[in-house]
Design a binder for this molecule. Sequence first.
Ligand code: GAF
Length: 383
Amino acid sequence: MMKALLRAEFESQFDGEPLLFFAPGRINLIGEHTDYQEGFVFPAAVEQGIYIGIQRNEIAHCRLFSIDFQESYTFDPTSFSPKKGHWSTYVMGMVSQLQQAGFSLGAFDMVIGGNIPVGAGLSSSAALSVAVGTAISHLFNLSVDKKSLARYSQKSEQLFAGLKCGIMDPYASIFGEKGHALLLDCRSNTHQSISLTLTNHQLLLVNTKVKHSLADTAYNDRRAACEDSVRILEKDYLGIKTLRDIPFSQLDRVKKLLPAKLWPKAKHIITENQRVLDAKVAIERGNLEALGQHMYLSHQSLREDYEVSCEELDFLVNTAKTMDGVLGARMMGGGFGGCTLNLVETSHLPDFESKIRESYLNRFQLSPEFIPVELSAGAKGVS
Ligand code: GAF
């Protein structure tokens, strides 16, 4: 469906037969806001993502067309400045990163489409820059290795979107595996693929349909608070680089060392890292109930300690908690809106959706969106 649409649009915009590429969005089972403190995260690629059609051109300019925005954009690859906040930024950001890394690339035509909700916390922006990087790398035979591609995507988001994000989103979009979640160590940038087969359960996103405007500033503030804590703690914990270096067993001591303002933020990172490791054990034992409990605790920590939740997310999690057949629920991604991730027994799905829809509508006069997700493969060429 997307592929046919992309080909037809490419034909009408640029009159050619493109090479097609796809990069997925991601969910995160657990491990929120820990990536930029070199901690553990547990994401997975999903089926929804960004499709790109691309061909070389001889006109010395890159010509872009976005199906979602029904908008064209042209830039000179030898001299350009990304426009902050515009979708083309993610293309130019990746081009710029590849050029800075020494890759030489020519001009191209590109059509961008997708089936991933934008602003819902599924990381459509990482999917876009990973799709762009994958497409350009193939088109110009650049042989960009996967870990470097993840770093270019992260850097491009940091520089051009102003979000001091971690590595999780592009990493998941690149390394995703069908039926698996990735237990990613954000210090070594290596992962273990953990099989998660759900026969009687479904991972279901509920989109709050809100994105509060303080999100990016608050994200960068939280990151700065963690760095402040490390500067204080390194006097007592010689050689630590990030909060990843503080084991769970040290919580009581850390509480005494940090000022009241910083302590809850550090507590979230230290406890969340432990929850990720506990969640891995739960999955390996096939104990979905335990996984669900870790999800609830993660939400509580993000709400009370890290303070990145919002009324709408809390309402959805609290409502889910009262319902039969729900094993766990939590906010997912950066916070202040976007989606909750829910682990629900398949037989309870219709009831879950109708009750959540009704109560959310009553409370916020907004209809939530339900997005079932499957753990899927990472970025690839498609035919
Ligand atoms: C956003 C960021 F891009 C990620 O790096 C990560 O920090 C996440 O928020 C929170 O876990 O998606």
